[in-house]
Ligand binder design. Structure first.
Ligand code: FAD
Length: 412
């Protein structure tokens, strides 16, 4: 068995791992990223939020992302039973980018990790973390590569950025229940063949099922004629609609006259896949010797495309604390990392919860919306969920959205 030393070992080369690796390498630390798969690899999560662009910029990766000609995105559109509403990110109240991209994640994630390498991080693919032990905060990480070779890593600190792999939560039994019910997503990519002008390719389009307000579809156009599309609902709701994922996805899609019309000429590109029970939480986001980034810690729900933004934000928040830990300072990770990160996660949680019970949808479709409030809501949809100057962020969000929904319901 080979023993390997480094300053920081990062599990996973997705967006959270790549940005954390880049920031640490830029500050002169020795970083080793270990990734189970070979890149480029497929990932779900293709619609970014505007705040993520700022986080990519601060990591020094914006030029490389811009050079890839991804689909420009300037907002989100929502449609239900012939109603349609748009949020243009440029109208947000928060300071920061007002646009972003819709990305093929295989390419996007590959760009980010190559940038981290360029900045000095060492990255090894096809190496899986299979064991983890922390004795007095000292990490001992076991890995296995594609040839079956086992190594033991004894870094000074570990960042788990393994996304839905949830490596440390699984190995250290940190998983805790989520408040989200178990939902299922069927997803695919198609040559959409939507005639130009038939819909706004610069926005994600979220359609609510005409009969079931807790079933929704995404349509995320890319710059190359493909679109990502998918449906989310409970297993019971979706499985009743056909024998295969394919049948279920298209039967449900065809329930909506507008989606059916938009996609009537589509041609398949990728077989329909299923993701189930992706919502997850943890009992702690950090303990001596490690911290959890992005989806490795918590995943709420895909409806507001918040996953990559939360992943990048967590990387930016963790890195200065890792640096201070390496200098020998003792850090209160709960107060300095978990609580500030959860502020934004709670914002999204309130949006997600009120989306599924219809309150937020009533707010979205209310025609006499106060323009200032609309801009505040737009800020969150653009990813600025940590902006404390916006009353629709943080722990009071649920209460505020509830009051707003009541006003909108009365007024309509
Ligand atoms: P990931 O991108 O998942 O990267 C983790 C990496 O770790 C992977 O490459 C994996 O191979 C590697 N890994 C795992 N286990 C190990 C191990 N033991 N050893 C070594 N390597 C390991 N987010 C958005 O922002 N926009 C969206 O539109 C969106 N849509 C979504 C739709 C659905 C249906 C779902 C379920 C999620 C969606 N998300 C979306 C969420 C998004 O996919 C994730 O939030 C995002 O990919 C998280 O990034 P990450 O860096 O934390 O992890």
């Amino acid at each position: 068995v080979n023993y390997v030393m480094t300053d920081v070992l990062i599990i996973g080369a997705g967006p959270a791992g790549a940005v954390a690796a880049a920031l640490l390498a830029q500050r002169g630390h020795k970083v080793l990223v270990l990734e189970k798969q070979l890149f480029p690899r497929f990932s779900i999560g293709e619609s970014l939020l505007a705040q993520s662009l700022g986080l990519i910029d601060e990591a020094g990766m914006l030029e490389a992302v811009q050079a890839a000609n991804f689909q420009f995105k300037n907002g989100a559109a929502f449609a239900w039973r012939g109603k349609y509403t748009e949020y243009n990110f440029a109208e947000k109240v928060s300071v920061g980018y007002g646009h972003t991209y819709q990305v093929i994640r295989a390419d996007f994630d590959h760009i980010l990790i190559k940038e981290a390498q360029r900045m000095g991080a060492e990255v090894r693919f096809e190496v899986e973390i299979t064991g983890a032990e922390f004795v007095d905060g000292k990490p001992k990480i076991t890995t296995r590569d594609a040839q079956g070779n086992i190594e033991i890593h004894t870094p000074k600190f570990v960042l788990d950025a393994s996304g839905f792999g949830r490596t440390l939560p699984r190995l250290l039994k940190l998983e805790s229940p989520t408040n989200q019910p178990v939902r299922v997503a069927y997803y695919t990519q198609v040559y959409d063949k939507i005639p130009s002008g038939a819909f706004d390719r610069q926005k994600i389009r979220v359609t609510t099922h005409p009969e079931h307000r807790d079933i929704w579809f995404w349509l995320i156009p890319f710059s190359n004629g493909l679109s990502s599309m998918g449906v989310v609902g409970t297993e019971q709701q979706l499985s009743a609609r056909g024998a295969t994922y394919e049948e279920r996805l298209w039967n449900l899609t065809n329930d909506d006259p507008q989606l059916r019309e938009l996609l009537k000429n589509h041609q398949p590109f990728r077989p329909v896949g299923e993701l189930k029970g992706y919502s997850a939480n943890v009992s702690t986001m950090a303990a001596p010797g490690f911290a959890l980034l992005g989806n490795a810690a918590e995943f709420l729900d895909p409806v507001f495309s918040s996953g990559v933004t939360i992943a990048l934000k967590s990387a930016h928040m963790a890195v200065p604390l890792v640096e201070r830990t390496l200098k020998g300072e003792s850090i209160d990770w709960k107060a300095e990392f978990e609580e500030p990160l959860r502020y934004g996660v709670e914002t999204f949680r309130a949006f997600v919860d009120t989306w599924y019970d219809g309150r937020l949808q009533d707010i979205f479709y209310y025609e006499k919306q106060d323009p200032t409030i609309k801009r505040m809501i737009c800020s969150v949809l653009a990813g600025y969920a940590w902006d404390k100057s916006n009353p629709y962020t943080g722990y009071k969000t649920l209460q505020r959205l509830d009051a707003l929904a009541k006003t909108c319901r009365k007024g309509s």
